[in-house]
Structures are given as C-alpha cells and as structure tokens.
Design a protein around this ligand. Structure first.
Ligand code: C5P
Length: 197
C-alpha cells in the first residue's frame, strides 16, 4: 500500500510531534525533511564547503549529528534552503521516501505544494508566532524575545523565498494549534487521515 501524508507548516507549530504521532498511529514511516536542510546547513558551515555540493553528497550519518536541533542550525538550514540547487538535490530522496511501500509521513515546508502534490492527505499545521516562540523557548531556553525574533526572521525567509515558499497547498486542511493541546492536535490530524484511508 502506498499512501503519502504531507504535513507542512512554520517552525515550532507542532509538525514534528504530530507527524511522529500520526506515523506511529498508522504504522507509516516518517521523514523529518527539515533535518535534511539542517544537516546541509550545519555541515556546509562546519566544513566551509559549498552547500550545493554538501546537499548532493549528504549521507545518512550527516542526519545523525547531535547539533541539528539548535536555533543556529535552524537559521543555517533556512539560508541554504533558499538555494534552488540545494532544494533540487534533495527532491528525489524525498519523493522515493514518500512512495515507499507501507505508507509515509513527510513533514516540512513544501511537501504538499512541491515534493508530493499528489499526496493522499495534506495538512498545514500552524500557530501564532508568539505561541510558537514560547514553545521553542521552553525547549531551548535563553531570551524569549530573541527566540520570537528568530522565529519571525525564519518565517519571513521561508515565506518570501522564490523557490518553494512556505504556504498551504490549496487542498490542505489547516490545523491551527495555538489553542489546542498536543492530544487535540494529534486527534484532528488522525481524523483527517482516517477519513481518507
Ligand atoms: O522544520 P525545521 O525547522 O527543522 O526546518 C528547518 C529549515 O529548513 C526551515 O526553516 C526551512 O527553511 C527549511 N525547510 C525547507 N523545506 C522543507 C523543510 C525544511 O525549506 N521541506
């Protein structure tokens, strides 16, 4: 059985949590596509190599680095993610993953619009910038005002880039998690999937 669930949305909206829960609930494989861009950004910065070459030669070990979840890695990711050749280098891997036997959940920014426009289910998970910054701050600590500034900066870069900008697909179900508990958000996502299975 091939069945693709595309889950897009801005940073810290709850995509990762919802994607993992949906994948577990339906027994599907899960790919966090943000990790690909984070790995390219962090590795290119660490080695001084060209981000496009880095994307073309990305290996599974690069996705295991333990510095991928930092705010700095998120910023590095969104910079390299604006380069069309970096995005192009990562397309085939994501599409193959999406069509694997047994079903797949992919979360990112452009899964429903560019990578898998034919996905069986498309969700756009969002929340206000303040709520997202607060959640990120609970994870990373530091200065919450600074975290909000970084969230807004990354939103602007992701939404305004020319190639694959962040936006909901026309046929995506929008889930605003600002006032939802994790359980409520996961239930809404699972209901949307169950309705299509
Ligand atoms: O989801 P996450 O915060 O890990 O993504 C890091 C960055 O990678 C995003 O801000 C975005 O610029 C980029 N990204 C992307 N397309 C995706 C996934 C992530 O451009 N499908």
């Amino acid at each position: 059985m091939r069945f693709t669930i595309a889950i897009d949305g801005p940073a810290a909206a709850g995509k990762g949590t919802i994607s993992r829960a949906v994948a577990e609930r339906f027994g599907f494989a899960h790919l966090d596509t943000g990790a690909l861009y984070r790995a390219v950004g962090v590795k290119a910065q660490a080695t001084g190599r060209d981000p496009v070459d880095t994307a073309r030669s990305l290996s599974p070990a690069d996705l295991e680095r333990d510095d991928l979840r930092t705010l700095a890695a998120g910023q590095a990711a969104s910079k390299v993610a604006a380069l069309p050749e970096v995005r192009a280098a990562l397309v085939d891997f994501q599409r193959e993953f999406a069509r694997r036997e047994g079903g797949a959940v992919l979360d990112g920014r452009d899964i429903g619009t560019v990578i898998c426009p034919g996905a069986e289910v498309k969700l756009f998970v969002t929340a206000s910038p303040e709520v997202r910054a607060h959640r990120r701050w609970l994870e990373v600590g530091g200065d919450e005002v600074q975290v909000l500034a970084e969230v807004r900066e990354r939103d602007a870069r992701d939404m305004n880039r020319a190639d694959a900008p962040l936006r909901p697909a026309e046929d995506a179900l929008v889930i605003d998690t600002s006032d939802l508990s994790i359980e409520e958000a996961v239930a809404a996502a699972c209901a949307a999937v169950a309705a299509r299975l």
